[in-house]
Design a protein around this ligand. Structure first.
Ligand SMILES: Cc1cc2nc3c(=O)[nH]c(=O)nc-3n(C[C@H](O)[C@H](O)[C@H](O)COP(=O)(O)O)c2cc1C
Length: 450
């Protein structure tokens, strides 16, 4: 199984200063030409998929410096991701198209329908990144006064995912003969209502879409709490994980894979993609120059605001060149990412300035920087030592960083037999080495139970 490589397709890139770099494309806010170009670069490299993180709110209006400068996960001016991927489906043939949608502020019906449509439109290349929403402020856009509490979010997420999959299984694969001669558009024996009635949802079904080409679009998930990991083990095909060191990534990898048995799944049925920012140059010195140029585009006020955002703790009171404060006992932000940042800053005895500079390009994830050989060495090490099955690559500066990654690193990985030279199959599942799920409404056991 080749290494999986996903492209983070955020138009503002992954580094806070990145959009200002002279090589970055102009006017990245909601710009379709840019998105098309990035999709083509990914497909030329035969990368597995484009990945769009997402939220449903404008963030950081209480942090004026960061708000004005914007950081990559703020996304104040972006396309609705499934809409964007539907457009990209028409200008690509092979690359997978994965969008983030929340289970906390959306409805299972809408999500099942949207991703079934994207799977049909793209000929089986759709993926849904299931999140429970990291930004508490999103709640205010959905008739809530506060973010739904984590336990309730996850309880809803489990039920939500079950319903979405049930809706995707509404119709047998051959339910739509559309036979002009006989007049049978569909076969009434090949549809099942869902009739779900649970704690959070009542959904009758069936879905108004034929079964998706992949059976189920590929399900990603991205939570790192205990319940988040259980949700992945129960429902996900892929996990987007962020860990700052290979040791911690190996622990997370094993933990996730070990959880699968409980759900009757094999270790191969869940792929773990580690978030990494890759800064590659023709030489290590060129990579370092790009990296320095990027860091210098971020003034300290923006850096501190960014650190506050990521840790969920106001950092502006701490001296820039003093030691990073021990926040390990505190609640650090709404996601596991904040905890990972604090752990790394304390472990490596960073100052506050060093801490924010260290997260500029990669949040709490990893940074692989250097020549193509050096970057490929690190990717190979993580892959071979079971720290991940592949990578979610962000490559500043967009788009030249992704072009450079495809031109320099991908051939080096191929030379080592680690990455594909041609797409293996037609669908995203085929390329990821994931089986097409049986239809639970029409499997032999479902028939026997009727
Ligand atoms: C690597 C990673 C990526 C995430 N991406 C998103 C995202 O794009 N949008 C979002 O609303 N939440 C995102 N989340 C938040 C999670 O879905 C989840 O709500 C949050 O991490 C809290 O759950 P946890 O404590 O299990 O990590 C992400 C989390 C992680 C770890």
């Amino acid at each position: 199984m080749p290494m999986i490589i996903a492209a983070n397709a955020n138009a503002q890139g992954s580094h806070v200063g990145e959009w200002r770099h002279p090589d970055a494309w102009d006017r990245p806010a909601s710009n379709i030409e840019n998105a098309v170009r990035l999709a083509r670069i990914a497909e030329e490299g035969k990368l597995d998929l484009l990945f769009l993180a997402d939220g449903n709110g404008v963030r950081n209006m209480d942090k004026p410096d960061l708000f004005a400068a914007t950081s990559p996960s703020d996304r104040p001016g972006v396309f609705e991701p499934v809409t964007l991927l539907s457009a990209l489906a028409m200008v690509t043939k092979h690359v997978g198209l994965v969008a983030t949608t929340t289970t906390t502020y959306d409805e299972p019906w809408h999500v099942a329908r949207r991703f079934a449509s994207l799977d049909h439109i793209s000929g089986g290349r759709a993926g849904w990144n299931l999140v429970t929403t990291s930004n508490p402020g999103d709640a205010l856009n959905f008739s809530h006064d506060a973010h739904v509490e984590r336990g309730d979010r996850y309880e809803r997420a489990f039920e939500f995912a079950e319903i979405v999959k049930g809706l995707w299984d509404s119709w047998a694969d051959d339910a739509f003969p559309q036979d002009k001669a006989s007049g049978r558009f569909l076969d009434p024996a090949k549809v099942r209502a869902l009739n779900h009635a649970g704690k959070n949802f009542k959904v009758a079904g069936p879905l108004n879409a034929p079964r998706p080409p992949q059976g189920h679009p590929v399900v990603f998930s991205a939570g790192q709490s205990e319940t988040g990991k259980d949700l992945s083990a129960r429902h996900a095909d892929c996990v987007f994980a962020i860990e700052g060191t290979i040791e911690r990534a190996r622990v997370l990898y094993k933990d996730l894979k070990d959880r699968l048995e409980k759900y009757g799944r094999s270790p191969d049925s869940l792929k773990i993609l580690s978030g990494v920012t890759i800064i590659v140059g023709e030489t290590a010195a060129e990579a370092q120059r790009i990296s320095d140029e990027l860091d210098d585009l971020v003034p300290p006020a923006v850096g501190l605001d960014y650190l506050s955002k990521m840790t969920g703790t106001k950092m502006s009171g701490y001296p820039l060149d003093g030691p990073f404060p021990d926040l390990s006992g505190e609640h650090v932000g709404p996601t596991g990412i904040g905890k990972a940042i604090v752990a790394k800053a304390l472990e490596q005895k960073m100052t506050v300035r060093e801490a924010y500079r260290s997260i500029l390009p990669q949040m709490a994830g990893n940074l692989f920087k250097g020549s193509a050989k050096e970057v490929a060495d690190q990717m190979e090490q993580w892959y071979r030592q079971e720290a991940c099955d592949g990578f979610m690559v962000a490559a500043p500066v967009v788009p030249v960083g992704m072009e450079r990654f495809v031109r320099l690193v991908v051939p080096e990985l191929r030379r080592r037999g680690l990455f594909r030279t041609e797409y293996e199959g037609r669908t995203l599942r085929d390329n990821l080495g994931l089986a097409r799920p049986a239809n639970r409404s029409f499997s032999p056991t479902a028939k026997a139970a009727e």
